[in-house]
Design a protein around this ligand. Sequence first.
Ligand SMILES: Nc1ncnc2c1ncn2[C@@H]1O[C@H](COP(=O)(O)OP(=O)(O)O)[C@@H](O)[C@H]1O
Ligand SMILES: [Mg+2]
Length: 113
Amino acid sequence: MQQVIYNLVENAVKFVNEGGKISFAFEKNSDRICSFAIRNSGEGLKNEEIQRVFDRFYKTDESRGKDKTGLGLGLSISRKIVHLHHGHIVVKSVYGEYTEFSVQIPFDASKEK
Ligand SMILES: Nc1ncnc2c1ncn2[C@@H]1O[C@H](COP(=O)(O)OP(=O)(O)O)[C@@H](O)[C@H]1O
Ligand SMILES: [Mg+2]
């Protein structure tokens, strides 16, 4: 999970607009699910990009100008890790405003004690 959070925060830092805002929310929804979300203001994603951001090696045209080193693997690996934990990861974005990734992970609270 540390790798997932690292990937999402790294993306938020890479793709936030100048003078923009990054926010992080963590919530223990119940005894069985914990969730967190990372949001950054900025260009946001178009609908067709939203469908593809988790694909291996996918990068939006916009991102190629901002970040020349990333290979487009972080989100695909992050989704794999989340699924191995039986969780969900979703992206929500308003074009021209923000992008937010949220993760939900189920856990068994009885095993915590
Ligand atoms: N927070 C974000 N804001 C805008 N676009 C994003 C964001 N996170 C990911 N993307 C888009 O999804 C693509 C894939 O992300 P990722 O798999 O982490 O690859 P990388 O970081 O190597 O480019 C990015 O290149 C970018 O186009
Ligand atoms: Mg990345």
